[in-house]
Ligand binder design. Structure first.
Ligand code: F6P
Length: 328
């Protein structure tokens, strides 16, 4: 922990954007200003730190953004920041403005960068979990997940209508490179018959047997929600496999893709983003440094960035059991 008083802070968004990032930026800026800090925005994630794209923000610069998707600061996955030279330039750019605290809103890759940076240069960093995938340990929520799931649910409900009208089997791929949370939540909420996620192995032969049975009974209206990171290889692979194994079935594949990342944040995402943003600044001020600010059991939880990086959330056995029972 650094004992130095934090007086000037920078905020940036990094990695894939997530609805609610703007609400978090707003909270960081306004809490900082309320506490007498100078607050700077960095554009395009760590790239802006390296390219010296850093500007002072005031209360007005975050007006009218709480309801907007995307991120006003723009975002990027910076390769240069993962080199010692890149981090040195980034540090020099902060140093010349006397910036001595950073808030990074992003996923575990972004936290990895923050941790390295703060080890090297003794600048305290606070991470806020901003990712639609909900794949970070130390928080029940990540900013953007709730909106993404609601977007997926709305889309899958629509797909259900057309699937039903044509007696079709639909394979719907939702996002989640390493995590099945979007698939799990949207699948349960739309009554999907099958949910394929990376955290649990699917017996594809058993799936084919079950679908063949349904086909015999002329009841092959079936929704299969697949996480893009499922071990079988995502929606197209699952679709191709099923088309091969069930040649008489009417099968369609729909990849929902990036619509899940955009749009106005849900009320929940705005609330958690505001709360986390507020506490990020409090942490910088009170010396709780190099942590990710999360929420568990409706209480703030501060996880050392190192641990937030390493551990992913586990999907509980309870959920997996519920899926099995309700989809049968
Ligand atoms: O990390 C969030 C996420 O939406 C993943 O689910 C997905 O695999 C990835 O981002 C896609 O990111 P991009 O298209 O920006 O490379």
């Amino acid at each position: 922990m650094s004992a130095k008083k934090v007086t000037k802070i920078a905020v940036l968004t990094s990695g894939g954007d997530a609805p609610g990032m703007n609400a978090a930026i707003r909270a960081v800026v306004r809490t900082g200003i309320y506490n007498g800090l100078e607050v700077f925005g960095v554009t395009r994630g760590y790239n802006g730190m390296i390219e010296d794209d850093i500007f002072e923000m005031d209360s007005k610069s975050v007006a009218n953004i709480i309801q907007r998707g995307g991120t006003i600061l723009k975002t990027a996955r910076s390769k240069d920041f993962f080199t010692p030279e890149g981090r040195q330039i980034a540090y020099d750019n902060l140093k010349k403005r006397d910036i001595n605290g950073i808030v990074v809103i992003g996923g575990d890759g972004s936290f990895k960068g923050a941790q390295k940076f703060s080890n090297e240069f003794d600048i305290p960093c606070i991470g806020l979990p901003g990712t639609i995938d909900k794949d970070i340990a130390g928080s029940d929520f990540t900013i953007g997940f709730d909106t993404a799931v609601n977007t997926a649910v709305e889309a899958i409900d629509k797909i259900r209508d057309t699937a039903d009208a044509h007696d079709r089997l639909f394979v719907v791929e939702v996002m989640g490179r390493d995590a099945g949370y979007i698939a799990l939540h949207s699948g349960i909420a739309t009554g999907a018959e099958n949910i394929l996620i990376p955290e649990s192995k699917t017996d594809m032969e058993a799936l084919v047997r079950a679908l063949t049975e349904k086909e015999k009974r002329k009841k092959l209206v079936n929704l299969i929600v697949v996480a893009e990171g499922d071990e079988f290889g995502g929606g197209n692979h699952v679709g191709d496999f099923l088309k091969q194994r069930l040649p008489n079935a009417d099968i369609r594949v729909c990849i929902l893709g990036h619509i899940q990342r955009g749009g106005a944040p849900s009320c929940l995402d705005r609330l958690i983003a505001s709360r986390m943003g507020y506490h990020a600044v409090e942490c910088l001020i009170n010396g709780t440094h190099n942590v990710m600010v999360g929420i568990e059991d409706n209480k703030m939880k501060y996880t050392p960035l190192d641990n937030a990086v390493k551990a992913k959330q586990k999907i509980s056995e309870e959920w997996l059991k519920i899926v099995k029972i309700l989809a049968s």
